[in-house]
Design a protein around this ligand. Structure first.
Ligand code: FPP
Length: 234
């Protein structure tokens, strides 16, 4: 099987999964966070080198306060506890998104985690928090404009590479496979620039039930496809 180098996941369906069990939505998020932990190990053991997950979008702030607070609490705990697990698994952790809107303590945990794991050579695990593809492009355009204004960059020298280098994902390869759980056929503002040539796989399985068998199915579907980069078949 041809294993994708970089898998990105839109982890949908936590709420519906919980509701189907007669439980509150937040129970679905707690279970979803456990699935994230399992998936890091499973993905690495399958030969996947980069895993990127959509944990909190720029749109998620409009959810009810108690749900936003519960998600932030989950992410806060996750960041604190992740250093130990990342060290045990040699996993490098990065966070993409606009961190300026996050609470100070979460920003500090993220900075500590990124610093502590920066030399690890196992799975490259990236978590998108307060992330939106349009907002990421807006911030990149702003940064590029500032360089032009300062005179350090000529507009005629702006290439696709210049844009890629100013995105949160600078230095990461583009995803080969984008998985969305729980059935919706949408991109939801995730990695808009980076998924230009990614293969897309949608499963009806809600995120808390996603497991090794489901990841293998997604990779098998990917493996059976002929990929096209622009007009070039690979
Ligand atoms: C979508 O389900 C999921 C989210 C908005 C949050 C994803 C967060 C996690 C999986 C947990 C935290 C992550 C980490 C990295 C620790 P939904 O609530 O939109 O489900 P629904 O569409 O069924 O309502």
């Amino acid at each position: 099987m041809n294993i994708p180098n970089h898998v990105a996941i839109i982890m949908d369906g936590n709420g519906r999964w919980a509701k189907a069990k007669g439980m509150p939505r937040n129970y679905g998020h707690v279970q979803g966070a456990k699935t994230v932990e399992d998936m890091c190990e499973i993905a690495w053991n399958m030969g996947i080198k980069y895993l990127t997950v959509y944990a909190f979008s720029t749109e998620n702030w409009s959810r009810p306060d108690d749900e936003v607070n519960a998600l932030m609490k989950l992410l806060r705990n996750y960041m604190k506890n992740c250093i130990k697990r990342a060290s045990a698994n040699n996993m490098r952790v990065r966070v993409i998104g606009d961190k300026t809107r996050l609470d100070e303590d979460i920003r500090k945990s993220i900075a500590d985690l990124e610093e502590a794991t920066k030399d690890y050579t196992g799975l490259n695990f990236t978590i998108a928090i307060n992330y939106g593809g349009r907002d990421e492009l807006r911030r990149a355009v702003k940064a590029i404009s500032e360089e032009v204004k300062a005179g350090s960059l000529e507009p005629s020298d702006i290439t696709e590479e210049t844009i890629a280098m100013h995105l949160d994902t600078a230095g990461l390869p583009d995803p080969d496979l984008l998985i969305r759980t729980c059935g919706e056929l949408r991109i939801s503002n995730f990695l808009l620039w980076q998924i230009s040539y990614s293969e897309i796989y949608v499963t009806d399985v809600p995120w808390p039930d996603f497991n090794k068998e489901e990841l293998v199915k997604a990779c098998e579907a990917y493996s059976g496809r002929t990929r096209k980069f622009g007009n070039v078949l690979k």
